[in-house]
Design a protein around this ligand. Structure first.
Ligand code: ADP
Ligand code: MG
Length: 739
């Protein structure tokens, strides 16, 4: 009678339907069935999790109940003790009315409420409850699903609504082909939905969950397989570089030897660009592994083959920095057509949104005429009316900030699809690569160039007397030896929100889809209030700059600031001066996070480091230790001095970027990393755990490939086709939202 697209208002009363919509964005039967229990509990489970301030949901039995009249107020109050057999908890209602007839000794019920304390004893004041005799519907269950509250609806009301839906749910259409269900031993969708919401056993939950995870992986992999299939159909111009060109000249003057990995990947790229099918390759590698050189060599090969190459950077600072360093690395090879330039040289042109009109116009002319062999820019390259003479290769730096759509938009600039090379800033686990970049082949630079100095990382708790000052003294010592330092802050000014570039880390992951084991079930309409008052406001660039300038330990040092709100030419000027060694200490936001390369910088201080993600800290740290000088990274946090800090300790314990990105992923909601929005309704990957479900993802990838090979348009799989296109639409919508 109901399908997953039936509006919830047809099933529930108007008031309840409205609550689901406003509190969790749930509007259809399918949305509600996608609202997964946060956990399950057995009817025997206990009250041991009760802590002051936590919101608990527990099954318990009423042990005693008394009512008494109050002196100060009219009416009678009900006081009861509930127990799970080993632990007791008091419950209190200031009006006994309506409760005393129900909460009789011996009654078992599901209780929910926020734990407080009264006379030194834990209690629940005015808990919500549902008698187990009502809840059970006569059939005793071993597992009770516990949902996050929806507005002021407690878990048992959600349970009731879900059951109403399930009772009248028709067989739901199947997205996974029958043979695959059999081969992979997966239950059908309807059974899985029942298994999730009304399971008889833990193993039923597991099987249901496995099936739902598989479906998510499968839909995603089918979308990717279709994309790969379309890409394989495309044809483009083969780019065969002439020998004796820019690339050879560049290699001949490289001041270092390429690592084996750099050379091998260079060969792979050259071979793929020489084919008439567009290359789609992901290049990942540890911070400092030399990805930029690899990309530059591919760009030179493209120019040697008569085409142009574009390098797309996520920020203006980074675009300008690439422009500077690539121009410097090329020397007179970058002075093509200029007096004194090399015969075989080309021109390297920068294009960003904030350039003055005149220079932008000049840049666009160079690009259109083909005089600029190498074009470096931000997404101004995509957005503006830029046309290329003959775009052969697109390199996208630090991809995780670009969407597939942006890649496509730039590809659209070429008469024939260009070859595409994507570089990620952070190494990512294999399954994530398969999930997020599944339409690309992957190359990994696994070794660091020889002679790379090690980076030492320390955690600095500000609460320890003298430690912060010791940090500044260390900075001064490095500067005295001719080196330079970065100081990174999470926001620009004291009145600002954390800086846009800072991915402020949500300290409380308890909103996660399956919640972890934090024991708090999240009360109705409650915010996160576990954090407590911060010891001081978050560090800002302006404040820290003022403090450092006034700090006697740093007297005479040249200390400057850099952040995203400075005018483009000021940013550029500051970076230039820092690169030239004219600034000793640069206080900045994370604008320097990715790709900035100043070999003389040896210290990185991160203020309020606990507000940054693991991978981000690793990126920041990668800015030092580049020039053969040992690097030092100091992670300052304002938390209590002696409590271990999991994330910061992890960063200081290892410099293995793959390991850190795994930790990072585990700590955040995977959905966020994958760029999907998380507003209560099924996020795109609700069940799938990208790290743990490696086997599932592999299986789904293989199956998806088979299905798409046999039926590229999915015409025999309507339900699957619908899910795939919904997914692609959602991605596009998310992309538009992000702007
Ligand atoms: P990534 O982008 O992978 O973090 P970069 O390409 O910025 O790394 O390279 C980091 C530094 O190492 C740069 O200064 C670069 O010139 C230098 N470098 C790159 N390859 C080598 C190599 N094979 N030997 C020595 N130094 C290298
Ligand atoms: Mg780089």
């Amino acid at each position: 009678m109901y399908s997953e697209s039936t509006p919830l208002s047809k099933v529930l009363g108007k008031r309840e339907a409205t609550k689901f919509r406003t509190a969790r964005g749930i509007t259809t039967v399918g949305d509600l069935l996608g609202y997964w229990p946060r956990r399950y509990q057995s009817p025997e489970s206990n009250l041991a999790a009760a802590r002051i301030g936590s919101y608990i949901v527990a099954v318990a039995e009423v042990k005693s109940a008394t009512t008494r009249t109050m002196k100060a107020r009219r009416g009678r109050m009900l006081q009861a003790v509930i127990t799970d057999g080993s632990k007791d908890l008091e419950i209190t209602f200031f009006s006994a009315h309506g409760h005393e007839g129900k909460l009789l000794p011996g009654t078992r019920a599901l209780f929910a409420g926020k734990v407080s304390s009264f006379n030194n004893r834990l209690q629940l004041a005015h808990p919500g409850y549902s008698l187990l005799s009502d809840f059970d519907r006569g059939e005793r269950r071993d597992l009770i699903p516990i949902y996050r509250a929806v507005g002021n609806l407690h878990t048992w009301t959600v349970t009731e609504c879900v059951r109403m839906v399930l009772d009248l749910l028709d067989e739901t259409p199947e997205a996974i082909p029958e043979p695959i269900l059999d081969r992979r031993d997966l239950m059908d969708r309807t059974a899985a939905l029942r298994g999730i919401h009304t399971p008889a056993s833990t193993s039923e939950v597991d099987a249901a969950r496995r099936r739902m995870s598989y479906e998510e992986a499968f839909v995603l992999q089918v979308a990717l397989a279709q994309r790969r299939a379309r890409q394989a159909q495309e044809s483009t111009k083969a780019r065969v570089p002439r020998p004796g060109g820019l690339l050879d000249a560049f290699d001949a003057r490289l001041p270092f030897t390429l690592t084996d990995g750099q050379r091998e990947i260079g060969e792979t790229l050259a071979a793929e660009m020489a084919r008439d099918v567009p290359m789609h390759r992901l290049l990942q590698g540890e911070v400092g592994s030399g990805k930029t050189v690899v990309a530059l060599r591919a760009m030179l090969a493209a120019v040697d083959a008569g085409g142009q190459a574009a390098l797309l950077a996520p920020t203006e600072v980074l675009a300008a920095q690439h422009h500077r360093s690539i121009t410097a690395m090329l020397g007179d090879l970058a002075e093509g057509g200029m007096l004194g330039g090399s015969d075989i040289g080309t021109r390297v042109t920068l294009l960003t949104g904030s350039m003055p009109t005149a220079s932008r116009r000049r840049a666009m002319l160079d690009i259109a005429s083909g005089d600029a062999g190498i074009v470096i820019g931000t997404h101004a390259l995509i957005q503006e009316h830029v046309s290329f003479q003959d775009l052969a290769l697109v390199v996208v730096d630090e991809q995780h900030r670009f969407g597939v759509e942006q890649r496509d938009a730039l590809r659209g600039k070429a008469a024939q699809p260009p070859h595409v090379l994507v570089m990620t800033a952070t190494p990512i686990p294999r399954t994530v690569a398969m999930t997020v970049f599944g339409d690309m082949e992957t190359s990994t630079l696994s070794e660091l160039p020889a002679g790379r100095a090690p980076i030492t990382t320390h955690v600095v708790p500000e609460g320890k007397p003298g430690w912060l000052q010791r940090t500044w003294v260390r900075v001064a010592e490095e500067v005295a030896q001719g080196r330079q330092a970065y100081v990174v802050c999470p926001r620009i000014g004291d009145d600002d929100e954390p800086d846009d570039d800072t991915e402020i880390f949500d300290a409380d992951p308890s909103n996660g889809v399956d919640g972890g084991d934090d024991g708090d079930d999240g009360g109705p309409d409650e915010g996160d209030d576990g954090a407590g008052a911060p010891p001081r406001p978050l560090a800002s660039v302006h404040r820290v700059h003022a403090d450092l300038v006034a700090n006697p330990a740093l007297a005479g040092l040249r200390i400057e600031i850099l952040h995203g709100r400075l005018a483009a030419e000021d940013k550029d000027a500051v970076m230039r001066e820092f690169a030239a060694g004219d600034i000793d200490v640069l206080v900045s936001t994370t604008v320097i996070e990715v790709g900035v390369d100043v070999p003389n910088a040896s210290v990185m201080v991160v203020m309020d480091a606990d507000r940054f993600g693991v991978s981000q800290l690793h990126q920041l740290r990668g800015r030092v230790g580049r020039g053969g000088l040992p690097g030092l990274c100091l992670l300052v946090h304002a938390g209590a001095p002696d409590t271990p800090h999991e994330r910061l300790d992890a960063v200081s314990a290892t410099t293995d970027g793959f390991e850190l990105s795994r930790i990072d992923l585990r700590q955040r909601r995977e959905g966020d990393i994958l760029g999907s929005s998380q507003h209560g309704v099924r996020s795109q990957l609700q069940f799938l755990h990208v790290l743990e479900d490696e086997d599932l993802i592999e299986a789904a990838r293989e199956d998806a490939h088979g299905v798409v090979t046999d039926d590229p348009d999915l015409s025999a799989h309507p339900r699957l086709a619908a899910l795939v296109s919904a997914r692609v639409d959602a991605e596009q919508a998310a992309y538009l939202e992000r702007g």
